[in-house]
Design a protein around this ligand. Structure first.
Ligand code: 5RP
Length: 221
């Protein structure tokens, strides 16, 4: 089975969590599969809150209404992918550059179901370069501050986020204390969002694998 087939499998399994109402929808290739499955049950839901322009377009193209988060209040369910997940269901996200809106929708949701293929599960976060969304004028300053934290930031050139900002991808971090690092990076002036989802981790992880989709619950620490 290919990696994409495993993503598809995880996306299909997430449909079990869809109870109706307005569903929070993330961004990325795994979520694209989820949007396609959601279209099959669109009569059961009122619509979606989207975390990116790309997902909004895909949702609308499949006849799913997209609502502004401000008009719906809190959500019962958010479904999104990840670039890495550890056993506490803390995540690295933002490979697609949608981390800020993803973090907002995750924060506004009662339950966050993360969908991924099994290659995304790691012991220690950080092999995937950590995306950080930054106000453009602060790019060099924030990069220097990230070097002080032990990382190697690389400007994602020719990429602008949906919010008009830039992304620094920080390589070389072995993230043993994700909550602490999330707070430290968030406190650097000019940082909009760090792609660490540890203060608000996923509640459930569905991993597509060679032997079928399996559900992972957060391991107690
Ligand atoms: C986008 C994200 C995605 O969830 C993450 O990059 C995973 O993407 P994919 O499902 O394509 O592997 O955080 O900002």
């Amino acid at each position: 089975m290919t990696q994409d087939e495993m993503k598809r499998q995880a996306a299909e399994a997430a449909l079990d969590y869809v109870q109706g109402g307005v569903v929070g929808v993330g961004t990325g290739s795994t979520v694209n599969h989820f949007i396609d499955f959601l279209a099959q049950v669109k009569g059961r839901i009122e619509g979606a809150v989207s975390s990116s322009e790309a997902s909004t377009q895909r949702l609308r193209a499949r006849g799913i209404a997209v609502f502004d988060l401000n008009s719906v209040g809190s959500l019962s369910l958010y479904v999104d992918g990840a670039d890495e997940a550890n056993h506490r269901l803390e995540l690295i996200k933002g490979g697609g550059g949608a981390l800020t809106r993803e973090k907002i929708v995750a924060a506004a949701s009662d339950r966050f179901v993360c969908i991924a293929d099994e290659s995304k599960l790691v012991e220690v976060l950080g092999r995937f370069p950590l995306p950080v969304e930054v106000i453009p004028m602060a790019r060099s300053y924030v990069a220097r501050e990230l070097v002080k934290l032990g990382g190697t930031p690389v400007w994602r050139e020719n990429f602008v986020t949906d919010n008009g900002n830039v992304i620094l991808d920080v390589a070389g971090l072995a993230i043993h204390q994700p909550k602490e690092l999330e707070q430290r990076v968030n406190n650097i002036p000019g940082v909009v969002t760090v792609g660490l989802f540890a203060l608000r981790p996923a509640d459930r992880l569905i991993l597509g694998s060679q032997s079928g989709a399996r559900q992972v619950e957060a391991m107690a620490v």
